[in-house]
Design a protein around this ligand. Structure first.
Ligand code: PLP
Length: 396
């Protein structure tokens, strides 16, 4: 006897993983240089030098028990203080160390927070296009996962669609900006409108509606675009942050939940987050990584965004010149492109036949679009362009 629901989840690989693994098998057959793998969002630039230096210094200078021992469940106080100070210096945010709970990245942060909000009959809303893992995160905690259909013109938020999905059972809305998969950053105006609707609905329903701000891509923005700090716009916001993408450390597993004092029932929610984290086996985030993250924040370490920016511009300009339609991404490292015939599943199968691996958008809630990861080697982009061109020509 075992859980059929968990078996089903384990047996069905994510479409991204499947394509990525197919790419590795296919590389062995046709040669890696003939496979154009745009499937996975694995940072393609090295971790900043300041991060490497912090690892080396901490490993050589600090006591083994200090850097490898257990910490408090929420993390070391000095590291939490550094994170809080970092947020305050950038956003004038009034965050205290006590508002920060270190986690093993954004995914477990989201699970702990969603679990902390789980009440009978509750619903969590996501805005398409959305990160596919939200569904199992919500449904495995006994809540209903509901979707606001996409604003496919700009990939901001369709407010009429949002209003239609809000119900008295809505517990929280997940907001992911810069967005995976669209690469779009929600404007301050979008967030203000969202906040105004949620405030009105909270009053109408007689309970708070939280925003869950999923922010692994916060530092990845281009063209001078600013990423608004959502708690400053809508106080009932809890932030799930990760260093996976911003510091190119996805395998190290470090991030945090920030429950600001301005959020409704902040202290109670923080305690519920700690309780929820316990139930998913959280003991503490890696001790060494807490210190590395704190030092990186203090040193203002940031990724070499130019490499991602060059890829973004090269792909956007080439693909749109061939006739593909795409909202220009100004964040993260993805592009979400309209399939020429409107059926991204079929188009990505066609592309697979040419060893071009692009992710159909069905699992992101937009079956007409496909996602391209732009965190790839620029040489691979150059080699792939003739294939993109040939594919759209074959359809038109
Ligand atoms: N949220 C979004 C939108 C993501 O794209 C990802 C990872 O790709 C995550 C959360 C999970 O990030 P982490 O590696 O920090 O768990």
């Amino acid at each position: 006897m075992l859980s059929e629901a968990m078996y089903a989840l384990g047996a069905k690989k994510s479409c991204i993983r499947e394509l990525f693994e197919y790419g590795m098998r296919q590389s062995a057959v046709v040669g890696a240089e003939n496979v154009y793998d745009f499937s996975i969002g694995n940072p393609s630039i090295p971790a900043p030098q300041k991060v490497k230096d912090a690892f080396v210094r901490l490993l050589t200078e600090r006591d083994s028990l200090e850097i490898h021992g257990y910490t408090q469940a929420a993390g070391r106080m000095d590291a939490r203080e550094a994170i809080a100070e970092g947020l305050n210096s950038r956003y004038n945010a009034c965050i205290r160390a006590q508002n920060i709970f270190f986690t093993c990245g954004a995914a477990p942060a989201l699970v702990a927070l969603i679990r902390a909000l789980a009440v009978d009959g509750a619903e969590i809303l996501a805005i398409a296009p959305y990160f596919p893992e939200y569904r199992p995160f919500v449904e495995s905690n006994g809540m209903r996962f509901t979707i606001v259909p996409a604003d496919t013109d700009a990939f901001q938020i369709s407010f009429s669609a949002l209003e239609a999905q809000l119900t008295p059972h809505t517990q929280a809305v997940i907001v992911n900006s810069p967005n995976n998969p669209s690469g779009v950053v929600y404007t301050e105006e979008t967030l203000r409108r969202l906040g105004a609707i949620l405030k009105r609905k909270s009053r109408e329903y007689g309970h708070f509606i939280y925003i869950i701000a999923d922010e692994p891509y916060r530092e990845l923005a281009y063209d001078g675009v600013k990423v608004p700090f959502i708690p400053s716009v809508y106080p009932d916001t809890v932030v799930c942050y990760s260093f996976s993408k911003s510091l190119s450390l996805p395998g190290e597993r470090i991030g945090y939940i920030c429950v600001p004092d301005c959020a409704a029932e902040s202290q109670k929610l923080f305690t519920a987050v700690a309780g929820a984290a316990r139930t998913i086996g959280h003991v503490c985030a890696p001790s060494l990584l807490q210190l590395v993250a704190a030092e990186a924040v203090q040193a203002g370490a940031c990724p070499d965004l130019e490499a991602y920016d060059r890829n973004r511009v090269m792909l956007y300009e080439a693909l749109t010149s061939y006739g593909y339609q795409c909202v220009k991404p100004t964040g993260a490292f993805y592009m979400f492109v309209k399939a020429p015939d409107g059926d991204a599943a079929a188009f990505s199968e066609l592309a697979k036949g040419e060893n071009l691996l692009i992710v159909p958008g069905g699992d992101f809630g937009c079956p007409e679009f496909f996602r391209i990861s732009t965190c790839v080697a620029p040489e691979m982009i150059e080699r792939s362009l003739s294939v993109f061109k040939r594919l759209i020509e074959s359809i038109n």
